[in-house]
Design a protein around this ligand. Structure first.
Ligand SMILES: NC(=O)c1ccc[n+]([C@@H]2O[C@H](COP(=O)([O-])OP(=O)(O)OC[C@H]3O[C@@H](n4cnc5c(N)ncnc54)[C@H](OP(=O)(O)O)[C@@H]3O)[C@@H](O)[C@H]2O)c1
Length: 240
């Protein structure tokens, strides 16, 4: 990342274990570093075992869980190796694709990567959770609506629609998970990290995500525009 985050004032984490997804890059890696600095043992998921080992080596007390969220068999296999209590699970892995694709399980890839895989992992390790679950969402959920008739987005796919819908689904999942875990002592937190120049922005090759245009009157978004250097969408009027 271009600018390092300032050290986060985490309380002492010695004796606590954090399971962090997407800890090989971007925000997940910074989270893992901060937790490790505070003394936590880190379990980090990685779809590339060598890359995971490199990051783990720099963290200290850390172990790699090899899994790819676009392959549910690997999520099952990876979660089966989590055999210790988890104090904090940070569901940070996520991303988007530049064109519509489907996973080996036949799911739209962005939905699989951002929702279905993390949902499966969280459920599979649920009996080992003892503190907190964090689900990393995004403000981009504001720009979309869920179409329950077309969750796989077979019609009208575009990167930001797929991403925004997956993040809206993450929010709904977090709210329901929080309700279901209420009596267990495990809390659920939903986080929007703000805008950070990580690899997610580089999917389009210019360090910027495509901008959505918002109507000045109704606030609804219109189709995403090509990537641009400016982060501020121009005001537009909705014709709907
Ligand atoms: N950056 C922002 O401005 C921003 C804003 C709002 C929300 N977010 C959210 O923040 C989270 C982290 O994003 P980031 O900005 O840190 O992006 P990033 O730098 O691209 O990191 C994404 C992480 O997810 C992992 N990952 C991606 N696809 C995966 C898959 N199929 N299976 C397993 N792991 C996978 C990546 O692994 P590899 O190292 O193998 O690529 C990487 O560790 C995401 O949930 C994103 O939606 C980010």
């Amino acid at each position: 990342m271009r600018n390092r985050l300032p050290d986060l004032p985490l309380p002492d984490q010695h004796g606590r274990t954090w399971l962090i997804t997407g800890a090989t890059n971007g925000l997940g890696r910074e989270t893992a570093r901060a937790a490790a600095r505070a003394g936590a043992r880190i379990l980090l998921t990685s779809r590339d075992k060598d890359r995971g080992q490199q990051v783990a080596a720099a963290l200290g007390d850390a172990r790699v869980i090899a899994l790819d969220f676009t392959d549910l068999a690997s999520v099952r296999a990876g979660s089966a190796t989590v055999d210790e209590p988890i104090d904090v699970l940070v569901n940070c892995a996520g991303g988007l694709t530049t064109s519509r694709s489907e996973t080996v399980d036949g799911h739209e890839s962005v939905l699989a990567m951002n929702v279905l895989g993390p949902f499966a992992l969280t459920n599979l390790v649920a009996d080992r959770l003892r503190g907190r679950v964090v689900i990393v969402g995004s403000n981009s959920h504001r720009q979309v609506h869920l179409d329950l008739e077309d969750l796989q987005l077979r019609r009208g796919w575009n990167p930001m629609k797929a991403y925004g819908r997956s993040k809206l689904a993450d929010m709904l999942w977090a709210l329901e998970l929080g309700r279901r875990l209420e009596m267990t002592g495990v809390s659920v937190m939903l986080a929007h990290p703000g805008w950070a120049l990580t690899n997610i922005q580089n999917r389009f090759g210019r360090g910027r995500m495509p901008r959505s245009r918002r109507c000045r009157r109704c606030g609804r978004s219109r189709r995403p525009m090509a990537p641009s250097r400016s982060c501020t969408p121009p005001p537009v009027r909705c014709r709907r």
